[in-house]
Design a protein around this ligand. Structure first.
Ligand SMILES: [Zn+2]
Ligand SMILES: [Zn+2]
Length: 147
């Protein structure tokens, strides 16, 4: 019991810290950002450990892994069903508030007969910081960002 028990305890502790750090923020951090946060409390934690624990927690349904357009996977300590809005300028991600849009997946079909198992819905926009930046240079830039 001795040694393996110590290892188990350490693994549990690392996972707990990763989960707590993620739940402390609403910024939907990337694994690298979470690594920086977890390192403040566990200086010896490795980024591989952070990745592994994030995957485990996501599989267990404790957190949500967000694979949105534009960049790296992000993680959300709030595992409840909700949608996100991503800034097209700086890739920041926030929760999208408003009516819950939930397509009825079993009613969705495809011409070739896919088995549809889910969907990804992502709102995009421009965050307040980027809007301020854009307003300052509004006469220079008229953009429609590839939509
Ligand atoms: Zn932005
Ligand atoms: Zn969220």
């Amino acid at each position: 019991m001795g040694d393996s028990n110590g290892t188990t305890r350490r693994n549990t502790r690392q996972r707990q810290v990763v989960l707590e750090e993620l739940r402390n923020v609403t910024s939907h951090p990337t694994a690298a950002e979470l690594y920086d946060m977890a390192r403040q409390r566990l200086p010896k934690i490795s980024i591989a450990t952070v990745y592994r624990n994030l995957e485990l927690l996501a599989k267990a349904g404790e957190i949500t892994k967000l694979e949105l357009g534009g960049g790296e996977a992000r993680f959300d300590g709030d595992a409840s069903q909700h949608h996100h809005i991503r800034c097209t300028q700086c890739d920041r991600v926030e929760d999208a508030l408003g009516p819950a849009l939930q397509p009825n997946v079993p009613e969705v079909t495809s011409p070739s007969g896919y088995e549809v198992t889910g969907y990804k819905l992502e709102f995009v926009g421009v965050c307040p910081d980027c809007r301020n930046g854009i307003e300052n240079t509004e006469s220079i830039q008229t953009r429609s960002d590839g939509l």
